[in-house]
Design a protein around this ligand. Sequence first.
Ligand SMILES: Cc1cc2nc3c(=O)[nH]c(=O)nc-3n(C[C@H](O)[C@H](O)[C@H](O)COP(=O)(O)O)c2cc1C
Length: 338
Amino acid sequence: MRRFLWGIVKAVLFRLDAEQAHHVTTALIRIGIRFGGWPLRIASGAPALRQSKKSISVFGLEFGGRVGLAAGFDKNAEILEGLPDLGFAFAEIGTVTPRSQPGNDRPRLFRDIPRKAIFNRMGFNGLGATMVSQKLRAVRPNLPAGFRVGVNLGKNKDTPLEQAAEDYRIAAQAFEGLADYLVINVSSPNTPGLRSLQTMEALKPMVGAVRQEISKWQIRPPLLLKLAPELTREELAALMPACEAVGVDGWVFTNTLGGNWADGKPGGWSGGPLSELALQKLKEARTLTRLPLISVGGILTVDEAKARIAAGADLVQIYTGWIYGGPGFPAELSRALD
Ligand SMILES: Cc1cc2nc3c(=O)[nH]c(=O)nc-3n(C[C@H](O)[C@H](O)[C@H](O)COP(=O)(O)O)c2cc1C
């Protein structure tokens, strides 16, 4: 019955422009939250996380399951209260930039249905760190124990690359006492020059600035780095130990795969085109670190999620797999990985 209903909803959503469909989905989830979450539990088939007795310890934090929502879906912390009822054990909000910004011109989000892929060039559209942190502060008390919230940090488009470190610090500052973990995102293809920051020369001051900021906090969240799938094994071998030496506590592999849409404009691929490469990067990373790894990119099936755990991922995140797999997919993954 659930699959049948999802088939109908999917047919309607997939007739809409992709960004419009995103807004409709978010609105539906917010309605579900307003009704106390039961419509979401029915749609997802997820048991309430608060009843879950199993938990997994990663970065010294207890997670109520291994499956999380990847960054970019809930950029502004607007649907967090609904995510446990949709089968997620954690979510990464953001990317959050210090100041609000509109992102790139539309259209900027597309589906490639035969390849189970999404292409985006959103460009860090968001409300900015102050506003997003206020939203997170308001909902935090309502989130069940065992549900974790990571905050993915970025720089504003108009901040010069030389001043990027300060942007990451300012964005982090707003989340004192609110973020379970922080992620420095230097791997989105949609902010000009961002990926050029994936060098030790650029990362050292950036990690240092965020570290210094959180060293003042009473509870210091783990600090992760999210990298691009295009980095070679040699580049990872140079970067990872050096970053860990300056205070990186774990890794998120990977962000979207750079490419062009049919209109010739650049952006990033998620879903099918990323599966193999994301698994390969995870395997390479696992040989280079003993720290926790979050695997994301092209997890479209239960088997793919199992392969990521077998390859050494501690946690997995999904975005495109949820769009194509529907509301039952996170709970299905979660049960399979238990
Ligand atoms: C529309 C869209 C927006 C995204 N925005 C962000 C973002 O703001 N920050 C980020 O780190 N990753 C962002 N991502 C990348 C995802 O977090 C994830 O790394 C990528 O989509 C691969 O996972 P998937 O194949 O499960 O979608 C975005 C992805 C999509 C499709």
